[in-house]
Design a protein around this ligand. Structure first.
Ligand code: BGC
Length: 440
């Protein structure tokens, strides 16, 4: 047996999450929530949002800004009541220009440049002379002191724009809108994307009490019934949970990241990192002899972020007998031609290990939240999920559902998982409507 196949086997064992592992994770996550509520130290940030779920009767036309990672999106949305809505217009733009003309995520970029860019995009939808109320989805950790006041804690997802920490997000946006002469646009609410998904789904389905994002980043918000000031949505910042034992590759990835020691679970679960984990594993196997017929492959595999989660989706999608799709991806990404079928199968195996673990980990956290909010699952719940992994990664959603069913046992029918696309934008409109309804 080639050394790399033995090594592959041992990695597989490290990445395997059995049913008792997932159940234990659920318990640890449940305990961490209880600790956070009781003011004890926990890796979950448990950030209050100053919002509860909508009635579904909120009405009006709103502008929304959705900023959370690779693309910014602005929308004009009409809420019609009775859970109905219409997306009137929308625009989106990447934060990094595909041909390098600008990059608002880079360390050289300043917060004012970034917010000028965001305001510019809002300006493309805001008609002169018409007044708008705006809801802003800002998908990074913030400490809120009100629905429209959020102090930026730190970046995640490897964004590096400078001069941001400790700043008030709404103030940055309002000033940028003024610089653009967009005085007719008034920001009324700033929320996390997980809160947005929860609000958007709850607008339509009253049983929704959890919102999650499994995309570039990973996180969940839920409706806490027993808050000190009555029911309220809490942004868990679940990606920072640190009770899952890291493998050798998790440690390697964390060490090489912008934020060692932070967002430990997110680095095992989110799309921003899964391709990188696979690269690190392939590099290790290449050193053991995988792709031995190809010179220079180890050097190629030194390149950080060489593989994206879209590549993993392509790898997993390939069900052809000779794995031609994988052949193509390896050719494009690693400049490898003529790989052996066994090597392509190994790449697929690794992609499956990493994505299956990610799905099972997120299911464990969902189990923990459900056990916290309704230990005996006496009422129906809807968990709304948005994000490219849940929507598009082959096998991901099915694995989440199956693992959650393992944790919940015969009560699993009480919980419905709902893919909710565009939740980030729609939820911002709902938040703006709720906030506007509270008066100035
Ligand atoms: C951020 C969260 C966000 C999640 C999903 C994480 O990196 O910390 O605030 O909800 O990504 O976008």
């Amino acid at each position: 047996m080639a050394d790399w196949t033995k090594r592959l086997q041992s990695i597989k064992e490290e990445f395997l999450l059995t049913m008792p592992h997932v159940a234990r994770l659920a318990k640890l996550f449940q305990n961490a929530i209880a600790d956070g509520l009781a003011g004890r130290s926990t890796s979950l940030k448990m950030l209050p949002t100053f919002l509860t779920v909508p009635t579904g009767e909120e009405k009006g036309t709103f502008l929304t800004l959705d900023f959370g990672g690779t693309n910014v999106r602005v929308m004009e949305i009409e809420l019609r009541g009775d859970g109905m809505l219409k997306i009137i217009r929308q625009r989106s733009r990447p934060l990094r220009h595909p041909r390098g003309l600008y990059d608002h995520c880079a360390a050289q970029s300043a917060a004012t440049d970034l917010f000028d860019f965001l305001a510019g995009l809002i300006g493309e939808l805001a008609k002169p002379g018409k007044r708008y109320t705006l809801g802003h989805t800002f998908s990074f950790p913030t400490r809120q002191t009100g629905v429209n006041h959020a102090v930026w804690l730190h970046w995640t997802k490897e964004i590096r724009t400078r001069d941001v920490e400790g700043r008030n997000v709404t103030e940055l946006l309002s000033r940028a809108l003024q610089r653009r002469g967009l005085d007719q646009v008034t920001p009324r609410a700033v929320i996390n994307d997980t809160t947005a998904v929860l609000l958007a789904a709850a607008y339509r389905e009253a049983q929704t009490d959890m919102g999650s994002v499994c995309g570039t980043g990973y996180n969940t918000a839920y409706l806490e019934q027993a808050g000190t000031q009555g029911p309220g949505i809490i942004n868990l910042e679940a990606g920072n949970f640190d009770c899952v034992a890291p493998t050798f590759f998790d440690k390697l990835l964390d060490d090489g990241s912008d934020s060692p020691g932070r967002q430990r679970l997110e680095k095992m679960v989110a799309g921003r990192y899964l391709g990188e984990l696979v690269r690190l594993m392939l590099r290790n196997l290449a050193e053991e002899g995988l792709f031995a017929g190809h010179s220079g492959v180890c050097r190629m595999l030194e390149k950080p972020d060489l593989l994206k989660s879209e590549d993993l989706a392509g790898v997993l999608h390939d069900a052809s007998p000779t794995l031609q799709g994988i052949h193509h991806i390896l050719e494009q990404r690693l400049h490898l031609t003529g790989t052996l079928p066994a090597e392509r199968a190994a790449v697929k195996e690794i992609a499956r290990m990493v994505t299956t673990r990610a799905a099972r980990l997120s299911a464990g956290t969902y189990g923990g939240i459900l056990r916290h909010i309704d230990p005996d699952l006496r009422r129906p719940h809807v968990l709304a999920i948005d994000g490219s992994l849940f929507e598009k990664m082959p096998g991901y959603a099915a694995t989440v559902r199956a693992a959650l069913a393992e944790v919940l046992g015969d009560k699993t029918d009480a919980v419905r998982l709902l893919l909710y696309k565009d939740g980030s934008g729609i939820g911002a409109a709902v938040a703006a409507a709720v906030a506007a309804g509270r008066g100035p």
